[in-house]
Design a protein around this ligand. Structure first.
Ligand SMILES: O=C(O)[C@@H](CO)OP(=O)(O)O
Length: 247
């Protein structure tokens, strides 16, 4: 049996302001830092050890991982940063307030933009300064690999290759893996691992900074998944994420 731990970054400044974030590289808040450190303390108290950690190229996930590893006294662990673990690109919604959008377009439309499997938000223009085509960290990627918007299906299409060529081989080789990522890149992985249907994935929300443990069999099929710590608090935090898109 293998164990894999996923953690969504702690609260970010744009989570606090309730703004669509996507590939915008925002900081953690003090609450977000505390959540990351609490997650590390919990992992340590429960006896978790890791051999390698993976994260995105966005600082809210990178800093969450750093604080988490520091709280575990495991700052020295090797870390791989992979753009394919980035948050879903939110296109033309990046920077806009979620509740304001719900007031303008209705809760149902915002739910489609936030949670539907295959309807992307409106795309950004390639030269829009809110986009990432000019961002040096993606300079080595083919320009069209840097999205102008994404639906969850598009995110699955880049997260699963990262699973297939990096994460799954690491786990199968016996390395204990921690992944610090984002609400929708984690939803993409969960959809794949648990084989969740396109309609059912709409109801899945990931709380900030709570370790999600997967127990996997020899073929990396999930046996069990659970949030570490207070399950009721995790469910409440996930419900609060769902409500962020309401007027
Ligand atoms: O804004 C975002 O990038 C994501 C995660 O914070 O939000 P949502 O939960 O609306 O998909």
């Amino acid at each position: 049996m293998y164990k894999l731990v996923l953690i969504r970054h702690g609260e970010s400044t744009w989570n606090l302001e309730n703004r669509f974030t996507g590939w915008t590289d925002v900081e953690l808040t003090d609450t977000g830092i505390a959540q990351a450190r609490a997650a590390g303390a919990l992992l340590k108290a429960e006896g978790y050890e890791f051999d390698v950690a993976y994260t995105s190229v966005l600082k809210r996930a990178i800093h969450t991982l750093n604080h988490c590893l520091d709280a575990m006294d495991r700052d020295w662990l090797p870390v791989v940063k992979d753009w394919r673990l980035n948050e879903r690109h939110y296109g033309g919604l990046q920077g806009l307030n979620k509740a304001d959008m719900a007031k303008q377009y209705g809760d149902a439309q915002v739910l489609v933009w936030r949670r539907s499997y295959d309807t992307p938000p409106p795309a950004l223009e390639a030269a829009d300064p809110r986009g990432q085509r000019q961002d040096v960290r993606y300079a080595k990627l083919p320009a069209d690999a840097v999205p102008l918007t994404e639906c969850l299906k598009d995110t699955v299409a880049r997260v699963i290759p990262a699973w297939d060529d990096a994460l799954a081989p690491a786990i199968k080789s016996g390395q204990r893996v921690l992944i610090a990522a984002h609400g929708n890149s984690i939803r993409a992985l969960i959809k794949f691992l648990d084989n969740i249907g396109d309609d059912d994935i709409v109801g899945v929300n990931i709380p900030n900074g709570i370790p999600l443990v997967y127990e996997l069999d020899a073929d990396l099929k999930p046996i069990k998944r659970y949030y570490l710590g207070d399950a009721e608090a995790a469910a409440k935090a996930a419900a609060a994420v769902a409500n962020q898109g309401k007027a």
